[in-house]
Ligand binder design. Structure first.
Ligand code: HEC
Ligand code: HEC
Ligand code: HEC
Length: 125
């Protein structure tokens, strides 16, 4: 429904068809894929208390976890081309996110600590 509205609202969008998304590494999503398609944005934002304030990090909806599975086997990233998972659908849906200016768009080695899963190398990007 929302995509339909976007299509009607923006004549350019009508010419753009949904790219074939590179799902990435495979496995099973953290939730039902249809649920994820509709709700992932609500699960991950910083404003969510559970995400940052209550200290649930590296959990079910961790961004690093999404990247771990959804990074393409071709360029090891969720960004880069319009087939890449996060970028591809967002270009289609005309959604801009700035998450990967800080968070890594490539899977990285994580280690378990008292604070949850943290990247082995100390930088965010
Ligand atoms: C263990 C691997 C794994 C993890 C972790 C994971 N996913 Fe998935 N995800 C998948 C797979 C595989 C599919 C495709 C499933 C299918 O189509 O049956 C999928 C499907 C999806 C879809 C639907 C795509 C479509 O074409 O409609 C979205 C959106 C999504 N995931 C977002 C996320 C987000 C956001 C995260 C992190 C919070 C995440 N996923 C974490 C493996 C994963
Ligand atoms: C199958 C399509 C699809 C895929 C794949 C997808 N998204 Fe989204 N995403 C959307 C749509 C559509 C919206 C806008 C929803 C709205 O406006 O209510 C959105 C919105 C978001 C938002 C909220 C943006 C804001 O400013 O409110 C975040 C954050 C986000 N996506 C992160 C991700 C990440 C990270 C990935 C890759 C792991 C991903 N998405 C993959 C379709 C997708
Ligand atoms: C200005 C830099 C910055 C930007 C931009 C940013 N983040 Fe974060 N994010 C952080 C920092 C710093 C943390 C805290 C890391 C920690 O303490 O675990 C964090 C933590 C998180 C966490 C909890 C840790 C995890 O992975 O489980 C999630 C989820 C998350 N961010 C998602 C997002 C999403 C989605 C976006 C884009 C809408 C985004 N972030 C944009 C800096 C940023």
């Amino acid at each position: 429904m929302m995509l339909l509205v976007l299509t009607l609202a923006n004549p350019l969008m009508a010419a753009v068809s949904m790219p074939e998304l590179d799902i990435g590494q495979g496995g099973h999503c953290v939730d039902d894929p249809r649920f994820m398609r509709l709700n992932h944005m609500k699960l991950m934002l910083h404003q969510r208390d559970e995400t940052v304030h209550q200290g649930i990090r590296g959990g079910k909806y961790s961004l690093a976890g999404c990247v771990e599975c959804h990074a393409s086997k071709k360029n090891h990233s969720v960004l880069g081309t319009n087939q890449n998972f996060c970028q591809g659908c967002h270009v289609y849906a005309a959604v801009k996110i700035d998450c990967f200016e800080c968070h890594s768009s490539e899977p990285r080695k994580m280690q378990e600590t008292g604070l949850g899963l943290v990247p082995v190398a100390g930088r965010l990007k």
